[in-house]
Design a protein around this ligand. Structure first.
Ligand SMILES: C[S@@+](CC[C@H](N)C(=O)[O-])C[C@H]1O[C@@H](n2cnc3c(N)ncnc32)[C@H](O)[C@@H]1O
Length: 626
């Protein structure tokens, strides 16, 4: 599932992240993940090492490789100086990219020799192309804004919320519409709708390959060489170390699509009339780079149905959940333009001018303060997959579980759930009314409405749908469930009865515990890894053999040498565990409170046993039934 990019003001997220590292290492990893083929991996892995946050440079090859001997129009250049397995570039591609990079003098924040030293060129480019930049500059904030790489900073105090800091007319946005190259549009039609980022990636690649001829050459020279934090480029061991199937599967799916599309579609283009890439073969690596740039930076300015856009300069703003800026659409206008035939009467006409976008201040901002945007209310899954970082204490974070009745049954055992007579609960969803209940929640019955992913975390700690499902499964009688709306069943305020609520909470605890058990390590071990192996569990114990001690030392050394990707993977999974533990502790507290809930009745079974007349389930106070 790809996340839609950021939208303007208030709706979905807008931008996607970047960071960088060695391009070829990254590309090799992408291919490895996609192909799982040692030979291809080792071929692509031969790489030169580059520092983080590097940008394209005149001496640096483009992320597009020649089709080598198979391409008629892209005669292979001499092989690269980076080693025998290095990807070869067509001389055409080299020329283009070199010139594109030469169009800018900017540099990457790492301060490496190949990087731009300022963002002035990009600022100038925006202004030259009809945009405006007021009191903003690009800066390497070295993480002081909570981000990484380039950031934006206020050069003067901004006293008025709503002040336009950067304005980009349509001409400054890298996007596509019906007037774009028909060959690119035709390629885009072969991209599945949910991979919206890949469509814009194809457009980005045409501009990249066009080199200095591209209107966007300056902007492209500021794009990161690699997007290292994004798991699409993780080595296999780091990807597996994430240990969280919703992310790992999605990353693999993206990798597989990239590989297939480049092989089945893009590799066949050179030499044909359908080729928009000037004879340059766009391979998995090139497409992967473009996709990662788009998913980490693109904005969906015109809503999820319209094409995404790259917004030069604005996309240098780093993310915060408490941003001081936002991106808003600027309404279009009209312009009076001369007709082609000036001799005709009238010789002028009024034409609509499409709207642009602006980055505006949300609040007062002091001079020197970083300018930050929210990329959206994203869980760490999406921050990691699309932007390559995770946010600690992310209130939008959730852990996704797959709803499966067998897992719920196991969770009932793990959580020690009991039925109204005190016996261990034996759940069954077999009764038709239970199936209907689950189907109403989209958790059974198949069909388009089925979505088996349920979430833990967030303000309710448990997705209401899951709470409603479990309460329904635990209920003894159909009438208990039928009497209530799904909304009521999914609300913590409206427990069914004491026994049902107790068993429900125990099952939910059991689900969270089972999810924790799916990880191969505990939270403590992860924290120790992140802290360089300094946990008490890793200290030498008396009575250890020499071999054991050596092994332990080796482990500690590995811990200290966590690669950046491994570190990200371990950090991510440790946060999943922390979230699950938090959910368990809140649920345990709720469990304690059940006997104290004022007015909460006994289950009909217990009530009957105690000789009370069971009250019929009532809709009173619970809203209308659906
Ligand atoms: C739209 S770009 C922002 C500009 C980017 N820093 C650059 O150097 O080009 C998004 C990328 O910036 C980095 N980034 C942004 N906000 C961040 C944050 N809060 N923490 C860590 N990295 C962040 C990530 O690499 C992300 O993929």
């Amino acid at each position: 599932m790809l996340q839609p990019g950021r939208q303007c003001s208030g709706s979905r997220p807008l931008c996607r992240g970047s960071s960088s590292q060695t391009r070829h290492k990254m590309l090799g990893r992408l291919a490895c993940n996609a192909l799982r083929s040692t030979s291809v991996c080792s071929t692509l892995r031969s790489s030169s090492s580059r520092g983080p946050h590097e940008r394209w440079h005149p001496t640096q090859p483009a992320p597009a490789s020649s089709s080598s001997s198979s391409s008629s129009s892209s005669s292979s250049s001499s092989s690269s100086s980076h080693g025998s397995g290095h990807l070869q570039l067509s001389s055409n591609a080299r020329r283009c990219i070199a010139a594109a990079a030469a169009a800018a003098d900017g540099s990457a924040p790492s301060g490496s020799s190949s990087s731009n030293s300022s963002g002035n060129t990009l600022v100038d480019w925006v202004v030259t192309n009809g945009g405006s930049v007021n009191g903003v500059t690009m800066a390497n904030l070295s993480g002081s804004d909570g981000g990484s790489g380039w950031g934006l900073v206020a050069t003067q105090a901004i006293s008025q919320p709503g002040s336009r800091l950067i304005e980009l007319p349509r001409a400054c946005q890298l996007t596509y519409d019906e007037s774009s190259d028909a060959r690119v549009l035709s390629l885009m039609q072969q991209v599945p709708e949910e991979l919206w980022g890949a469509k814009l990636a194809l457009q980005l690649l045409t501009q990249r390959i066009a080199g200095p001829a591209s209107h966007y050459a300056t902007y492209i020279s500021y794009l990161p060489v690699g997007v290292s934090g994004v798991p699409l480029f993780f080595p296999r061991e780091a990807l597996e170390a994430i240990e969280y199937p919703p992310v790992v599967e999605q990353v693999k799916k993206r990798g597989r699509w990239l590989h297939r599309f480049s092989l089945d579609v893009l590799s066949k283009l050179p030499g044909t009339a359908a080729d928009p890439f000037d004879g340059v073969t766009v391979d998995t690596n090139s497409l992967g780079w473009a996709l990662a740039v788009v998913t980490s930076r693109a904005f969906r300015v015109a809503g999820p149905a319209a094409p995404a856009a790259l917004l030069p300069l604005i996309d240098m703003a780093n993310h915060s959940f408490e941003p001081n800026c936002e991106v808003v659409p600027v309404p279009g206008g009209v312009a009076m333009v001369a007709k082609k035939q000036l001799t005709s009467k009238p010789n002028c006409e009024v034409v609509p001018v499409p709207g642009g976008v602006a980055m505006v201040a949300k609040k007062q901002i002091a001079a020197g303060e970083p300018l930050l945007l929210s990329y959206g209310r994203l869980s760490n899954d999406f921050l990691l997959m699309d932007y390559g970082f995770v946010s600690p204490d992310n209130e939008h974070d959730r852990v996704a579980l797959r709803f499966d009745i067998e897992l719920v049954k196991a969770a009932a055992l793990t959580g020690g759930a009991r039925d109204a007579s005190g016996k261990l609960l034996e759940l069954s969803a077999a009764a038709p009314w239970r199936q209907q209940h689950l189907a109403k929640l989209g958790l059974s019955g198949g069909g388009a409405k089925q979505n088996l992913q349920v979430l833990l975390g967030g303000p309710n700690f448990v997705e209401p749908r899951l709470l409603a499902a479990v309460r329904g499964l635990v209920a003894t009688y159909q009438s208990e469930v039928d009497a209530l709306t799904l909304e009521v069943l999914g609300s913590w305020d409206r427990p069914l009865n004491k026994q049902n609520e107790t068993a429900t909470i125990r099952i939910l605890i059991g689900m969270a515990m089972s999810a924790l058990q799916n990880f191969s390590t505990g939270l403590e071990q992860d924290l120790a890894l992140l802290n360089g192996g300094s946990s008490s569990s890793s200290s030498s114990e008396a009575g250890q053999t020499q071999e054991q001690q050596q092994q332990q030392q080796q482990q500690q050394q590995q811990q200290q040498e966590l690669t950046p990707e491994m570190r990200t993977a371990v950090l991510f999974r440790s946060q999943r565990k922390q979230l699950l533990l938090d959910v368990i502790s809140v649920l345990a507290e709720k469990l304690k409170q059940v006997p104290r809930i004022a007015g909460l009745k006994e289950s009909p079974v217990v009530a009957a046993r105690k000789g009370q007349k069971p009250r019929p389930a009532s809709k009173k106070g619970f809203g209308s039934s659906s």
